[in-house]
Design a protein around this ligand. Structure first.
Ligand SMILES: [Zn+2]
Length: 696
């Protein structure tokens, strides 16, 4: 539940937001961006605006394609990765009895997904059985069983999707216990919403009110597309909006959720029954095949109290409308063009600013990666991640871990007692590079050539039950929560692991033939970032074994908080070009910002040590005239060059714990004396911060 991800922030949203139409296969091989220091804009001073200096030329030359909400130096890689998956699936898609079981699944998934005329001809038929189930409910007592059924059906109801707040009614999964990381227990999370966060329902500024109005109109249109009269659809839209708003109010906000203490609320089954007498937990747990749990963790008891009261007060008919909405809205991307387009129009265009749908083939690769990721991932690794890449990455990881060891020993504000614990935690971190040591077995997932929606439901059901089945069993430390082609990375505080999928170990983040300065500035910073997560304001609350345990002396904790506050104050700032009132919330992004600053600091220490071993120094000039230190900072900035639509910016600052790319460069570099030294910046210039922050 509390996994911290490095995240090109937006990547987390695209699978939810980007949904459907117009195929037009573009067969051109996508182009990867490679670091090029000649791209800097010498008319700008690096000491005034480093992000502009390093990125402006790239930004001008690379406008956002109409079917994207942002475009960055990593975007070419995303297309390239998609293309690898597409070639793999296409090759497996011929209905050949000689295919392996893995080829049958990925090939038939592809065939069903690309068959748009078949999907059109089927109309709403694939959904009918589900609509009938909801219509047949005779009493509120039957709602619990239907919730369990809905939780199987769609991505969003399970932990791996990173989107628990969006499960219908609430989220349920198995997860490590906060107090004893060797145990897997049932975890119950707030949920029930369709919009990205509670703020979308509750904020009263003009923009939010207008968005909510558009959401209401969207619900109405969708009900009409599902066959309702205008009058009925209008009244149903009111019902849905009223219920979702009522569920949004008692939700814990995303800043409060960052403190694991706030969500670590233990309940026995008897206490759970008392908390929510209108949810029949025995019925639910049996229907989702949940093994007995030592106890349950309820993220937000307040939410459940309010939801239970709503279940008691509102009539069955209204809940049937709500469930019908949840079903239609979640299934829309996999249904007819009319449904898919209307869904795109609101969730992607209005909320995120995407102008056109992605080509069909790219959507199919994204869904297949989500649904059968480790089946597809094997082919991706064979093609894109040679053993040399793994070996070189692992060397960098070890060098950065050594740097952190030295850094912890040398910080002035920590007492020896806390340092000892921090070093034990660092020593306990497990490094995972590229892909899992064994591949997930998808045998129970039945994939056919005839129903995309059916395939999505099969895969979702498998994934949901896979997490639930972990309850009461020993922890599997080998599992990954990202697929191999993912351009991202994460630290898991309860497993105490850092994880770098093969998808990000590619240009422009990592090149096996590039010099150290560039690799450390780009992927080295990412490695340092994940490592620092173990010691950010969330991560520091977990010990080496992954238990939520306070290992800090009171004085050291106080010292830490002061440094953390420096970061959260510094990052609370206006977002340029995103419209009035759009502000980064430093309290929401504090962990990621701490990891960004610590990450680059550690990467630089490791680079300096590596160069020294080779008899070189950071101030050596390369053949292109740049020093090693300058190349390090330029490569860091280059990996973040981005164009971003204002709509998605608003969405990110409200819901995403990562700062905008411009801050991930300018704030970080302006906190570093090494940066000022690299480019000869002087006190008083914008990139030399008078009150520089430093945690790690
Ligand atoms: Zn992170």
């Amino acid at each position: 539940m509390s996994i911290s991800r490095f995240a090109l922030a937006f990547v987390l949203f695209l699978p939810l937001m980007a949904l459907a139409q117009v195929p037009a296969m573009d067969a051109a091989t996508p182009k990867l961006d490679h670091f090029d220091p000649n791209l800097v804009d010498k008319s700008i001073s690096p000491c005034d605006d480093f992000y502009k200096y390093a990125c402006d030329k790239w930004i001008t030359a690379n406008p956002i394609p109409a079917d994207e909400v942002y475009w960055s130096t990593g975007s070419g890689l995303e297309r390239w990765n998609d293309n690898v998956l597409r070639e793999t699936m296409e090759a497996a898609s011929k209905d050949d009895p000689k295919r392996t079981p893995v080829q049958q699944k990925i090939g038939d998934y592809w065939a069903a997904c690309m068959d748009e005329s078949g999907i059109e001809a089927a109309g709403l038929k694939p959904l009918q059985l589900e609509l009938d189930r909801i219509a047949a409910l005779k009493s509120k007592a039957e709602i619990t069983l239907e919730i369990a059924h809905l939780h199987h059906l769609f991505p969003g109801a399970w932990e791996g999707s990173d989107n628990q707040t969006n499960a219908p009614f609430f989220g349920f999964s198995g997860g490590q216990d906060y107090d004893d990381a060797t145990k897997v227990v049932g975890q119950i999370d707030q949920g029930g919403l369709s919009l990205p966060s509670r703020d979308y329902y509750l904020n009263t500024d003009e923009k939010s009110v207008e968005t909510l109005k558009k959401y209401r109109a969207h619900i109405e249109k969708m009900f009409m597309l599902a066959g309702e009269t205008e009058a009925q659809a209008s009244s149903d839209a009111d019902t849905v909006l009223a219920l979702e708003t009522a569920l949004a109010k008692p939700q814990m906000d995303n800043v409060k959720r960052r403190d694991p203490k706030n969500i670590n609320n233990k309940f026995t089954l008897a206490q759970l029954r008392e908390l929510t007498p209108h949810i029949q937990w025995e019925v639910y747990l049996k229907a989702v095949n949940a093994p007995a749990s030592d106890h349950y963790i309820v993220s937000s008891p307040e939410f459940f109290r309010a939801e239970d009261k709503l279940l008691a007060d509102e009539p069955l008919g209204k809940w049937q409308t709500y469930m019908r909405w949840q079903l239609i809205s979640r299934a829309a991307p996999y249904l007819t063009k009319a449904m898919d387009s209307e869904n795109f129009d609101f969730f992607a265009k209005t909320l995120a600013g995407q102008q056109e749908q992605l080509p069909r083939w790219r959507r199919c690769t994204h869904w297949a990666d989500r649904d059968l990721g480790e089946a597809l991932g094997q082919a991706y690794v064979d093609r894109a991640f040679p053993p040399e890449s793994k070996a070189r990455t692992l060397e960098m990881v070890h060098a950065i871990e050594n740097a952190m060891h030295g850094d912890i020993e040398s910080v002035s504000w920590m007492t020896p007692a806390t340092k000892e614990q921090a070093l034990a935690k660092l020593k306990g971190i497990e490094d995972k590079i590229g892909y899992p040591s064994h591949w997930r077995d998808y045998t129970p997932v039945k994939i056919t050539r005839t129903s995309l929606l059916g395939n999505v439901e099969q895969a979702s059901s498998f994934e949901f039950e896979r997490w639930v089945a972990k309850i009461g069993k020993p922890v599997d430390r080998t599992e990954w929560t990202m697929t191999p082609p993912t351009i991202n990375a994460y630290y898991d505080p309860q497993l105490n692991t850092i994880n770098f999928p093969a998808g990000i170990l590619q240009p422009p983040f990592f090149e096996k033939n590039m010099d150290d300065s560039v690799n450390y500035g780009a992927i080295g910073m990412v490695i340092g970032h994940e490592l620092t997560h173990g010691f950010d304001d969330q991560g520091r609350k977990f010990d080496a074994k992954g238990n939520l345990r306070d290992w800090w002396t009171a004085e050291d904790a106080k010292q830490y908080d002061e440094r953390g506050k420096c970061i959260s104050d510094e990052y609370t700032q206006d977002v340029p070009d995103a419209g009035p009132g759009v502000k980064q919330n430093g309290l929401l992004t504090q962990g990621e910002d701490t990891a960004d600053n610590g990450g680059i600091h550690l990467a630089l220490l490791a680079l300096a040590a590596d160069l020294q071993r080779q008899g070189k120094s950071l101030n050596d000039k390369g053949p292109d005239g740049w020093t090693e230190l300058q190349r390090f900072f330029l490569a860091h900035a280059y990996s973040w060059c981005s164009n971003i639509r204002p709509e998605i910016t608003r969405l990110i600052v409200t819901t995403n714990p990562h700062s905008m790319p411009v801050f991930r460069v300018d704030n970080v570099e302006s906190n570093m004396p090494e940066f000022a030294q690299a480019f000869g910046c002087k006190a008083g210039q914008r990139m030399v911060r008078a009150n520089a922050c430093r945690v790690w």
